[in-house]
Design a protein around this ligand. Structure first.
Ligand code: KE4
Length: 430
């Protein structure tokens, strides 16, 4: 495929934007090659500025469950725009979307909208600290919760559970209240509670999508719930990615574990910038202006973004079977690719939850970040490049997740499997 226009656009962008992108993963660093500059999205397809067309399995990292330019979402945005872009004052559109989110999640009585997942998580953690009057938090290695300072941490030395900054510019003081545990390992969480009696919350992606796709074991989540309750710490489910992607009623409906707070994003904005955090009234009422915990945002609850999110969630509400259909397609895709990989002598682990799917080129099942990091990155990069050449756009990092939209048909799934078989053969033949 010719990508010379993308290449020159990337060269130009790098003169004015750090790395040529506004979010690092888009730069294709971990797979190599030139990031595609997109001209448009339409239904299941992305088209780049060289005129190449791809079946899109990224969907803007999750938001576009109905594919690109969904008619009802587009109509809702165009209608909302005709009334103005932003007011910095309450609108009924915010209440309508809030009521809809509350109707889907048993754990949520009230919800506050913000403009990104990072903001949602940062605010939920402040709320948990304010509600419990404690400073420390626990997160899991491999889980990503946005780029706020206290969450940019990596494991400290030795068995220390307290984290150290994972990025320059984050003072050690900002991470000294963050403890790190290992995903799917309840003993590592117990260690955190031994090391600190001031834990405000434990935050987890119950269906992790940022170490690659690794759903937490149900038993582990039940143990985690018990531990948090025992110690008076809040359990936060970060469902910015998995919310309305794994299930329309949240991970709580799949696992039977009820969190104290949930963070959301992506699908609830329908492609527009929306994040949210919600939970029980007694916790949410601690938020300013009723309560003492401060949180604010100029464009929070933006009426155009609310209209897009409302249209997106109403489509889910009115199509009860949609998640089952998407899960069927996701399963067919990964099982077909896994069989093709096996045929070529390549080991591939796969998993699915609703419209989310993931795979690792690994002989063994992946249960945590360490396992994920032991996967074959070279095969992943070759697979990614080969599938691009065949016209299929997968996430440009093995630490990401794939998505099925309603615009992706059974025929496209079969075409993807056939293309994967061709790519795996080429990889196996070196
Ligand atoms: P944003 O600030 O990017 O809207 O959301 C942060 C966030 C929080 N929690 C979870 C579970 C998330 O997956 C994310 C963001 N996800 C990444 C995809 N891995 C966004 C893509 C990017 O960083 O460009």
């Amino acid at each position: 495929m010719n990508r010379t226009t993308s290449q020159s656009a990337f060269n130009e962008a790098q003169n004015f934007i750090p790395g040529g992108v506004n979010s690092p993963v888009r730069a294709f660093k971990s797979v190599g090659g030139t990031p595609l500059f997109i001209n448009e999205g339409n239904g299941a397809y992305l088209s780049d500025i060289d005129g190449n067309k791809y079946v899109d399995f990224v969907q803007s990292w999750g938001p576009l469950i109905f594919g690109h330019r969904d008619e009802s979402i587009e109509a809702a945005v165009i209608e909302a725009v005709k009334h103005g872009l932003s007011f910095g004052a309450p609108t009924e559109a915010e209440t309508a979307l809030a009521k809809l989110v509350v109707s889907f999640f048993d754990s949520i009585d009230k919800v506050r909208f913000v403009s990104s997942g990072t903001e949602a998580v940062m605010s939920a953690i402040r709320l948990a600290r304010g509600f419990t009057n404690r400073d420390n938090i626990v997160k899991f290695k491999g889980c990503y919760h946005g780029h706020s300072d206290s969450l940019l941490v990596e494991a400290g030395s030795g068995l220390a559970t307290f984290g150290t900054p994972s990025s320059p510019g984050v003072p050690a003081d900002f991470t000294k209240h963050t403890l790190l545990a290992e995903y799917n390992n309840i003993e590592s969480v117990k260690k955190c509670f031994e090391d600190s009696d001031a834990i405000a919350c434990v935050i987890i992606e119950p269906i992790a999508g940022n170490m690659g796709f690794v759903p937490a074991d149900k038993e582990f989540l039940h143990e985690l719930r018990k531990l948090c309750t025992e110690h008076g710490a809040l359990l936060i489910f970060d469902e910015v990615m998995s919310g309305f992607r794994a299930s329309i009623n949240g991970a709580e409906s799949i696992t039977g574990v009820t969190p104290d707070l949930v963070t959301l994003g992506k699908v609830i904005g329908g492609g527009m910038p929306v994040g949210a955090f919600g939970g029980r009234k007694e916790i949410m009422n601690m938020l300013s202006p009723d309560g003492p915990v401060y949180q604010a945002g100029t464009l929070s609850g933006n009426p155009v973004a609310m209209a897009a999110g409302y249209a997106s969630l109403m489509k889910l509400k009115n199509n009860a079977r949609v998640m089952a259909v998407l899960e069927g397609r996701a399963s067919r895709l990964v099982e077909g690719m896994q069989a093709a990989a096996k045929e070529a002598g390549i080991a591939m682990q796969v998993d699915v939850r609703g419209s989310m799917f993931g795979f690792f080129f690994n002989e063994n099942p992946v249960k945590n970040f360490e396992d994920a990091a032991s996967s074959d990155a070279a095969i992943f990069a070759a697979f990614h490049a080969g599938m691009l050449e065949e016209g299929f756009y997968f996430a440009c990092s093995l630490y990401e997740t794939g998505f099925i939209s309603t615009a992706i048909t059974d025929a496209m799934i079969e075409d993807t499997i056939n293309a994967a078989a061709k790519v795996f053969k080429a990889i196996a033949n070196g």
